[in-house]
Design a protein around this ligand. Structure first.
Ligand code: ADP
Length: 384
């Protein structure tokens, strides 16, 4: 008879307790892992799904160090964490996904753009500005996009500058001024990297924007792009993660221009909104995949079971307060639709409150249902 040694249970921590942490914990329940979360807000979406919750500041050295020193591994759900503490923990033998070195490059847009340039990864031309006075001398570089080096997210920290008058809207802090790309499409790919350096890439995702409101309408996967463009995207994403030299999950966002040139917009070294459909749509989801990477298991299968769309559920304009999901019952009757409510008690305009995944072999059906959901489901504030 063959006896197997009991599996050792790894202790793995997540810095940040939002929806990404929550979905990561949902996937963790399948594996022998003891989960830890650190976050300021004890009522955050991930707080009740982990084995151990620590109230703490993920940007504070001592909090991150003390949280991590007894763990086997740590991952992040947001880039804005104390990377010095992660560097010390790494030196002490704790595995960090992504490595602090990769995280440091990505979390600062100046270093990120320099990394693309040094590694010959196509990305739009840029200049560095330290303050508004420097920006004011760069009128010749317009039209361009000014981006804060640190701390921007979801479009905050990005200003489009077309004319001389727009220069005043720029940031008075270290930033990059990036040449404006005339965008035909925005595409994202998620790629997993194991500790042994193996890669697995998910089918590309089309991020479809409402041109008028400049808001993400929905995401579709696989993306409708010519094979040649997809090849470019796949080659660039592979080179990018190879040169970052870190295990983990990476989301690479691209712009495709009218001549089908491809530019990297930015990279996230973590699970990402553009991969949420992989929970139902693909054999191994991005969340399942990250546990496979961290637990040293074989990488999962990234293939799609069915094409998918995602609609983000954002807090409606004009409503702040206790969240209420208008139209939910109607949407839940649709058979190819999957609801994810993140458990945030308070809604406010634009806040990510959940997402809906739609699966179908028919692209028209995906688009039709996405629009139906957008027109039916609203997150408003409850008024008794
Ligand atoms: P964030 O990380 O805050 O979402 P991004 O860098 O992705 O910021 O920029 C937000 C949006 O601004 C992009 O999705 C794109 O529509 C637009 N944008 C950013 N950079 C450029 C660029 N160089 N040219 C044209 N549009 C851009």
């Amino acid at each position: 008879m063959i006896y197997f040694a009991p599996m050792s249970i790894k202790k793995i921590g997540i810095l940040g307790g939002g929806q990404l942490g929550r979905m990561l914990l949902q996937a963790a329940a399948n594996y022998p892992v003891e989960t830890f979360v650190m976050e300021k807000d004890a009522h955050s979406p991930a707080a009740h799904l982990c084995h151990h919750f620590t109230k703490g500041d993920i940007t504070n050295f001592d909090d991150v160090y003390n949280f991590g020193k007894h763990l086997d591994a740590i991952t992040i759900e947001i880039e804005n964490v104390n990377d010095e503490a992660l560097e010390k923990l790494e030196l002490e033998g704790i595995k960090i996904y992504p490595t602090p070195a990769a995280l440091k490059i990505i979390k600062n847009k100046i270093l990120q753009k320099q990394f693309y340039k040094e590694n010959e990864i196509p990305s739009s031309a840029f200049l560095i500005t330290q303050n508004l006075a420097e920006l004011n001398n760069l009128q010749h570089f317009l039209p361009a996009v000014h981006k804060l080096a640190m701390g921007g997210y979801d479009g905050r920290g990005v200003q489009i500058l077309k004319t001389k008058e727009d220069l005043a809207k720029g940031f008075d802090a270290p930033s990059i001024l990036e040449k404006m790309v005339v965008i035909k499409k925005e595409i994202a790919v998620i790629i997993a990297v194991s500790s042994a350096g193996e890669h697995a890439m998910y089918p590309a995702v089309d991020m479809v924007f409402d041109q008028r409101l400049n808001l993400l309408e929905y995401q579709l996967s696989p993306a409708a792009i010519p094979e040649k463009v997809l090849w470019k995207i796949e080659a660039i994403a592979t080179k990018l993660v190879k040169n970052l030299n870190s295990p983990g999950i990476f989301a690479v966002e691209f712009f495709v221009d009218k001549d089908d040139n491809v530019f990297v917009n930015e990279t996230a070294p973590r699970v990402h909104n553009s991969g949420h459909h992989t929970i139902e749509g693909n054999y191994s989801s991005q969340f399942d995949m990250l546990w496979r990477v961290m637990l040293g298991y074989p990488l999962g299968c990234t293939e799609a079971i069915l094409p998918a769309a995602i609609v983000n559920l954002l807090g409606a304009e004009g409503f702040t307060g206790k969240a209420c999901y208008e139209g939910l019952q109607e949407i839940m009757k649709l058979e190819n639709v999957f609801i994810h409510i993140y458990g945030k008690k308070e809604t406010k305009p634009g806040r990510k409150m959940g997402h809906i995944t739609i699966l179908s072999n028919e692209k028209q059906e995906l688009i039709h249902q996405a629009n139906r959901i957008k027109n039916t489901l609203k997150v408003v504030a409850y008024t008794p």
